[in-house]
Design a protein around this ligand. Structure first.
Ligand SMILES: NC(=O)c1ccc[n+]([C@@H]2O[C@H](COP(=O)([O-])OP(=O)(O)OC[C@H]3O[C@@H](n4cnc5c(N)ncnc54)[C@H](O)[C@@H]3O)[C@@H](O)[C@H]2O)c1
Length: 252
């Protein structure tokens, strides 16, 4: 594999302070891209950007709540003024909400939908005019295996990740005539801070989940980052509106 699959490209990664987003930022930089990471976690985000690009010439961090349309406007404008353009958007920011239909409150359902769905909608809306004008671009929406089938105990999260998958397909067809591609990634169980929910759910829960993964282990964020790299690069030029699964066989 070459080491410059994103040479000359600029990527914006939401929720990039830690977890999968930070891993994608690192890999994209290694492959020649300039990267803007955004998050609500300002200190962690600043630290990640400094670690990845100490002089700030390759990677910058901006505060960004993905549920805010005005935050999106300023982040996109700032990214373009810092690095000239946006070629790749990774709508990665998200929250996990555990709960069945019997015990999920409307408030928690709406919060999950706001971040995981409205955030992705606003992201696509904010970059689309720029990408359409340039007649190129790749949008990568992070869904989940919970957006592929019914997952008990994930009523809000599942609804949000199915919505991401559905929006991806419709928008892919809307933007295809302009050379802009939109795909979704469906990770299985990935070892990031998000998995703390399993740890908090009780001893042995995480181990029980692990035994259900056909490959027998949780993925590292880099496994997902490599798929995002493929979708952000021209290697995936003929793919749009598709689901890309990285789940160790979970959904097979
Ligand atoms: N970890 C898994 O097993 C797994 C599996 C499938 C899908 N996913 C999805 O992958 C994506 C990344 O998750 P992760 O596992 O790296 O978790 P994570 O919690 O480490 O990272 C998510 C990031 O999103 C940020 N974020 C949350 N709300 C935000 C908001 N309103 N505005 C901006 N940023 C916000 C968080 O601060 C955090 O840095 C999420 O969309 C998640 O749903 C994770």
């Amino acid at each position: 594999m070459g080491k410059s699959r994103l040479e000359g490209k600029v990527a914006l990664i939401t929720g990039g302070a830690r977890g999968m987003g930070a891993s994608e930022a690192q890999l994209f930089l290694d492959e020649g891209a300039k990267v803007v990471i955004t998050d609500i976690l300002d200190e962690v985000g600043q630290e990640t950007a400094r670690r990845l690009s100490p002089d700030g010439s390759q990677c910058v961090f901006y505060h960004h709540d993905v549920t805010s349309e005005s935050d999106w406007e300023s982040v996109v404008a700032d990214a373009i003024s810092a690095f000239g353009k946006i070629d790749v958007l990774v709508n990665n920011a998200g929250v996990f909400e555990q709960g069945s239909i019997l015990d999920t409150s409307l408030k928690n359902f709406e919060r999950t939908m706001d971040i995981n769905v409205t955030g992705v909608f606003l992201g696509m809306k904010a970059v689309a005019p720029h990408m359409v004008q340039r007649k190129q671009g790749s949008i990568i929406n992070i869904s989940s295996v919970a957006g592929l089938n019914g997952t008990p105990g994930f009523v809000a999260y599942g609804a949000s990740k199915w919505a991401v998958r559905g929006m991806t397909k419709g928008v892919a067809k809307e933007l295809a005539p302009f050379g802009v591609r939109v795909n979704s990634i469906h990770p299985g169980i990935i070892d990031t801070p998000m998995l703390q929910t399993f740890d908090e759910a009780g001893e042995g829960v995480r181990e029980m989940v692990r035994t259900r993964i056909p490959l027998g282990y949780e993925a590292e964020p880099i496994h997902v980052a490599r798929l995002a790299l493929y979708l952000g690069s021209d290697d995936s030029a003929y793919s749009t509106g598709s689901e890309f699964i990285v789940d160790g066989g979970w959904s097979a």
